[in-house]
Design a protein around this ligand. Sequence first.
Ligand SMILES: Cc1cc2nc3c(=O)[nH]c(=O)nc-3n(C[C@H](O)[C@H](O)[C@H](O)COP(=O)(O)O)c2cc1C
Length: 363
Amino acid sequence: MDPISNATLPQSNRETVLQIHGPALLEAEVRANLPIGVVEWIHGSAADEVTMKLNVERLREHLFHPKRLAGFSSVDTSVTIFGRRVAAPMFVCPMGAQDIVHADAEIASATGAQKSGIPYVLTSASNRSIEEVAKATPGAFHIFALYSNQDSGIDRDLLTRAREAEFVATMITVDTLGPGESEAYRAMGSPHSPVAGYGNFDPRRGGRGTFQNMRKDLKPADVERVKRDSKLPLLVKGILRPDDALRALAAGADGVVVSNHGGRSLDGAPAAIDALPAIVDAVGDKGLVWFDSGVRRGTDVVRAIALGASVVGVGRPVLDALALGGASGVASLLQWFRNDVATAMLLVGIPRITELTPDILSR
Ligand SMILES: Cc1cc2nc3c(=O)[nH]c(=O)nc-3n(C[C@H](O)[C@H](O)[C@H](O)COP(=O)(O)O)c2cc1C
């Protein structure tokens, strides 16, 4: 493949409501209409991409045993997260460098999430800064996801800025210790330069340091430090083992996000859904268990919740919607997801989120 330079990379600036007909057609539209570099950035993953595919396949292997004659016709998908009522038990996953996907980058995806009443997780690897996103979406439910820097002063600045911008909670991502892009993306010459435009680190936008200086020797003391410096509820993202979940909680985390980073970290890691039940068992009522990786429709949200997750993250489909429709596209997708969760619950025969239990599934 010929390397594509940054300068020639066409950026989407579409702003349109989307008719969503499911994740496969959405992805097909992205593949047909967006430059190959954008497609590969969104849909590529590490090495042989085994884990990325497993995430989706293993979720779908969980079959439903629907309850019939259940006597209801309306479904309540709303839940309370950190004291705030939200439309559905979902969050938009932290996803970096969104200006490769759309000219309005994280401003557009955060606006789409706000319009649909879904919490939005802004990564420290965003192109737009914490303050820019907060200003564009006043009063929205935002969570800040930190990639810890080798300079803990930089972490402290970022966490303080997120708290001052009224973010509701913090995540620390602990599974990104190597490159996240796919081999095909690197073979194209990594058309999105990772040194350009990370808004949170730009001194003109209140930042300092460099995003590249990520800490690789993370340990429980870093969880303690981030909890202390953020002064907000803290979730540790990228957990696949019960013992690690317990170590995170013992270090002061309020919960974990069971995730393998959508296969962009260690290829050959198990599907995140396969790691979930043992972590839920180990954590019990000691903390929160959130989930992402492989979620493509409402039935996947219902599956993860039935297996014990309390909130479920949507990743790549949000970037597809962002590329095709900007903020309105993201809102279209998240409203479709919400409706799809409600439809799944009606079909499964469960009227409320709290009543989803593992006995509705088998494998
Ligand atoms: C393009 C892209 C960028 C990502 N950037 C981040 C990031 O900056 N921080 C983070 O914690 N996770 C990041 N992730 C991982 C997501 O938060 C999430 O774990 C993953 O997308 C779930 O897999 P799925 O999208 O296949 O469902 C990224 C994922 C993608 C696809």
